[in-house]
Ligand binder design. Structure first.
Ligand code: 13P
Length: 246
């Protein structure tokens, strides 16, 4: 049985001064008994998020990292720096980074490898655009993203994959439960071809306009092991998302 994961990706939102106050307020109502709860604030808020979650089982993640350990990479942050700051997880290859910062499957592969070596759990994001879905390319896109990034490296069950159809991100347009299940099932079968039986233990999340109304049905799907939540993770609604099964 795979443990469910509810992760909040705050993107470029909340000041560090707001972060600690928000987490301290919601954390007492969050039920973490049977699931992993993760919050991914901006780099500058990681330390206040780590302090606000100290002594709880809520884990903190970064939203990106560089694949080199150190050096002349102005504006970048390494996996070691993220680990030292208290993170357990790191989001890699989010579609916004692929789109706005030219992230490729190759750089995503190097980042996942480095995250593993550093002891961080990568949350690898994949997903198709609207044009790709409409032209029947969804499975090809997902397969290429997975194979190109994971085939060249050693992977194990300490990987989380987030299926986030680009057309569902921040649009209020969620994939139907069936569309999300179909894609996550395809992801699991593809992972099986890449990593073998370990794929049974890899958690696959759905992301894209998840909210308190649709989460329960999504979580009931057999291949959906959790959610990567954007907008709704910034509000008190996140309590209801985490406690969807209560
Ligand atoms: P929304 O939940 O705001 O659609 O964002 C999803 C997302 O991109 C999480 O990484």
């Amino acid at each position: 049985m795979r443990k469910k994961v509810i992760a909040g990706n705050w993107k470029m939102n909340k000041l560090a001064s707001e972060c600690g106050e928000f987490i301290s307020r919601i954390i007492k109502d969050i039920d973490t008994d049977e699931k992993d709860v993760i919050i991914c604030p901006t780099f500058l808020s990681i330390s206040s998020a780590v302090n606000a979650t100290a002594g709880t089982s809520v884990g903190i993640g970064a939203q990106n990292m560089h694949y080199e350990e150190k050096g002349a990479y102005t504006g970048e942050v390494s996996a070691e720096m993220i680990k030292e700051a208290g993170c357990k997880y790191v989001i890699i290859g989010h579609s916004e980074r692929r789109k706005y910062y030219a992230e490729t499957d190759d750089s995503i592969s190097l980042k996942i490898k480095k995250a593993y070596e550093t002891g961080l759990i990568p949350i690898m994001c994949i997903g198709e655009s609207l044009e790709e879905r409409e032209s029947g390319e969804t499975f090809n896109v997902l397969e290429n993203q997975l194979v190109n990034a994971l085939k060249p490296i050693e992977t194990d069950e300490n990987l989380i994959v987030a299926y986030e159809p680009v057309w569902a991100i921040g649009t209020g347009k969620t994939a139907t439960d069936e569309q999300a299940q179909e894609a996550c099932c395809f992801v699991r079968n593809t992972l099986k071809e890449i990593v073998g039986e370990k794929s049974d233990k890899i958690r696959i999340l759905y992301g894209g306009s998840v909210n308190e109304k649709n989460i329960k049905a999504l979580m009931a799907m057999p291949d959906i092991d959790g959610a990567l939540v954007g907008g709704a993770s910034l509000k008190d609604e996140f309590i209801k998302l985490v406690n969807y099964d209560k």
